[in-house]
Design a protein around this ligand. Structure first.
Ligand SMILES: Cc1cc2nc3c(=O)[nH]c(=O)nc-3n(C[C@H](O)[C@H](O)[C@H](O)COP(=O)(O)OP(=O)(O)OC[C@H]3O[C@@H](n4cnc5c(N)ncnc54)[C@H](O)[C@@H]3O)c2cc1C
Length: 710
């Protein structure tokens, strides 16, 4: 197979190495006249280190670059420490360390093992034509180079991509980055050999070493991300005016001012990305690295993804030498999902680090704090750091394993709704995007039955919606329904449909409180709101039978409420109904099983993210935060439902067991072939079954309450 590679950056050189390992001779066409030391620093996290080692291009890089064992994140204005992550301690888990270095050292390291005839400099690709079983690549000199395959490794502004799919503009984030180098010996001692971050309103700063201490030209890099209106010019080669940079950082803490004094010049470039492509190429042409999936640099995965692409592409082409179109399709199919997830992470990291609203900044810092407490191995990065691209490339397969499906068509429909609930755009917009996506799903897919009456009320100082027959008699049960959404999503309005059905099943009315959401309002805000509403309902109408219900976070809150009521010595509700309760806020094996589940909504990363937003600095051993730990003694009769396939099933089952051990009258049922919080979807037959069981619980509660009154 004759392979032509357009671009001799990370992706192009790594692909050339990976192909040569498999006995395929590539030709790299690079537009530059030399491999000059342009650019500044970048990082290879453990996954990227595995990949560069896999292509055999790591030797020089290892001999120059700096190993990072610890990351610290601070407030830019006060200098206060927000979080600290000892990544070095996880090297065994990830099979590698994390190294930062100069981009020029990385390119030199990839070039070193390549025979010089593999790379042609001053060779700018301007177009190509496919046909007659080959591809003819045109250079700006007018020369034509022919091959079986063309790989566009020509970066963010890829000519290959433009030729394939047209010239759509890259999306600009509105953020530009200053990158400046300084001699390590000029750096304050306490800042050396760490990855340091300072986050402030609308801007953030990162500082890290690019070469190790013994290197004759040991360097550090300072990067400053600022809004575009604060700089005068962009260039990879000419320094910006440092007076602009100083103005941007005028309110930064002393540590930053000291660092700025060490930096003689800095380059300015914009931060861009592109939306995922439907296809990465054609029958004989494909893309790697930034040409295929450029991302903001804020997950530190740009070079790593290019290196991983190289391994998979070489392996797929090797397996399909006689049918390169199949090889290219396999490569693309098996890299796409990972590339999209990295795009999401990079965008959300940039967004969170550039926040300016003080409430959002506080929420973000609390969320980061929660994340690091919940999972020292950092679940947000765990999935990309643990990836072994060498093993993945050698595995046979056509596309990334798709999530397993459910059996019944209705169940599969519900499965698809959860799977598609949040778009890449929603997730890239952080918790606000997720909240909007979740609201849109419920608005679209759930609607109250015609004639359901709703009324806005305020109870105990908390806004709520009252749903159902408003003139139901005094003995008609009241359902206090707590909506789901994993403590950070959902609202009273988007739960009216389910609340109306619960009210109808109980033959009464429902009240849905608008409790405060995380991460703006961490624990115990939501519980305080729910407790205030409960107390008011009891005070207003002491004789009315009262049932508390909730799905997902609402289920967890319902249980925590019982503990509050018990501690206050107040009257317990007459029954409790929970569905798919999010009751293990430590996201442990006691509450979740992500391996066995067929769950399109909760995976380990997402569940941990959501829990962290609510937990923040609270003590996870507090049973009101994590009601799986509650002693259920004295709790009212409970009905607990879950889906047999959902990730949160162990939590629901353990809760039922705890309640039973404490002598509570409890019914537990796991519905087979169903989804998380299935009662939200009225097209599922199991929703009717569940509501029928709930009606039985409510009737018994009403009888018991009336008997007590009598
Ligand atoms: C000059 C430069 C400096 C950079 N500095 C940094 C940095 O300091 N920190 C950081 O995180 N990232 C930096 N990057 C981006 C980073 O290298 C990539 O995000 C990452 O390594 C992925 O690599 P890639 O091979 O996909 O793209 P790139 O590394 O961008 O490589 C693309 C290569 O293709 C060549 N090329 C482009 N068009 C053509 C064409 N038509 N014909 C032939 N060759 C072509 C380019 O000259 C370049 O060598 C820089 C990129 C460039 C181009």
């Amino acid at each position: 197979v004759r392979v032509i590679i357009a671009g001799g950056g990370t992706g192009g050189l790594a692909t050339a190495l990976a192909l040569r390992q498999r006995g395929i001779e590539p030709l790299v066409l690079e537009q530059s006249e030399t491999f000059a030391a342009i650019g500044a620093g970048l990082g290879l996290q453990p996954n990227a280190m595995k990949a560069i080692t896999g292509v055999g291009g790591d030797a020089l890089w290892r001999s120059c670059s700096a190993r990072i064992d610890e990351e610290r994140q601070h407030s830019l204005t006060t200098g206060e420490l927000i979080t600290r992550w000892e990544i070095g301690a996880f090297a065994e888990r990830y099979g590698e360390h994390y190294y930062c270095g100069h981009r020029a050292d990385l390119l030199a390291s990839l070039l070193e093992p390549l025979p010089s005839e593999c790379v042609r400099l001053s060779s700018r690709v301007v177009g190509f034509e496919e046909g007659r079983g080959e591809v003819a690549v045109e250079l700006d000199s007018g020369e034509e180079v022919r091959g079986d395959v063309l790989i566009g490794a020509d970066g963010l502004r890829s000519a290959t991509r433009r030729h394939l799919f047209g010239g759509e503009e890259a999306r600009f984030t509105g953020v530009v980055v200053w990158r400046g180098l300084m001699r390590s010996e000029d750096m304050p001692e306490e800042h050396r050999w760490l990855m340091l971050g300072w986050y402030g309103p609308h801007r953030h700063v990162l500082v890290y070493p690019l070469r190790h201490a013994e290197h004759p030209e040991s360097l550090h890099m300072l990067t400053v991300f600022v809004p575009v209106d604060e700089v005068q010019r962009e260039s990879w080669t000419v320094s910006g005016d440092l007076a602009d940079l100083r103005a941007s950082l005028s309110d930064a803490c002393e540590a930053i001012q000291v660092l700025l004094d060490c930096m003689p010049s800095a380059l300015i470039t914009g931060i861009y990305f592109r939306d995922p492509l439907e296809r990465w190429g054609s029958e004989r042409v494909t893309l790697v690295g930034d040409a295929a999936h450029p991302v903001p640099p804020n997950a530190g995965q740009g070079a790593g993804m290019a290196l991983e692409d190289a391994l998979m592409l070489a392996a797929a082409l090797d397996r399909h030498r006689d049918d390169v179109a199949t090889g290219l399709a396999e490569y693309e199919g098996r890299r796409r999902r990972r590339a999209e997830r990295v795009l999401e992470s990079s965008r959300v990291n940039l967004l969170y680090r550039q926040l300016s609203d003080p409430d959002k900044v506080r929420a973000r810092d609390g969320y980061f704090h929660g994340l690091h407490r919940l999972s020292p191995a950092s679940p947000l990065r765990d999935w990309f750091l643990i990836h072994d691209s060498v093993a993945a490339a050698n595995e046979l397969g056509t596309a990334a394993a798709e999530a397993r499906a459910l059996s019944r068509p209705q169940a599969q429909r519900a499965f698809e709704l959860w799977r598609g609930a949040l778009t890449l755009e929603d997730r890239s917009n952080g918790w606000l995007g997720e909240r909007a996506g979740y609201a849109a799903l419920l608005k679209r897919e759930t609607a109250p039955a015609a004639g359901a009456h709703t009324e806005d009320v305020e109870l105990g100082g908390v806004k709520a919606i009252r749903v159902g027959v408003l003139d139901a008699g005094d003995s008609a049960p009241l359902v206090l329904h707590l909506h789901g959404g994993a403590y950070s999503m959902g609202s009273a309005a988007t739960s009216v449909a389910l609340a109306a059905r619960l009210a109808a099943a109980a033959g009464g009315v429902a009240v849905v409180p608008e409790y405060r959401l995380a991460p703006e309002h961490p624990y115990p805000a939501a519980l305080e709101d729910v407790a205030a509403v409960y107390a008011q309902l009891r005070a207003d109408d002491p004789h009315r039978p009262l049932i508390v219900s909730g799905e997902c976070a609402g289920g967890g809150l319902a249980l925590s409420l019982l503990d509050v009521v018990r501690a206050d010595g107040s009257r317990q509700p007459d029954a409790v109904y929970v569905v798919s309760p999010f009751c293990d806020l430590t996201v442990s094996e006691a509450g979740f099983d992500f391996e066995a589940a067929t769950d399109p909504w909760f995976d380990r990363v997402f569940a941990t993210q959501l829990a962290a937003a609510y937990v923040q600095s609270a003590d996870t051993a507090d049973p009101r935060l994590s009601p799986l730990l509650l002693d259920c003694t004295g709790f009212p009769p409970m009905l607990i439902h879950a889906a047999a396939e959902e990730a949160a099933l162990p939590g629901a089952a353990a809760l039922a067991a705890n309640a039973q051990d404490a002598g509570v009258e409890v019914q537990f049922r796991a519905f087979a072939d169903s989804v998380h919080s299935f009662v939200l979807f009225d097209f599922l037959p199991e929703t009717d079954e569940a509501l029928a069981e709930f009606a039985g619980l409510a009737a018994a509660a009403r009888d018991r309450a009336l008997a007590t009154e009598a």
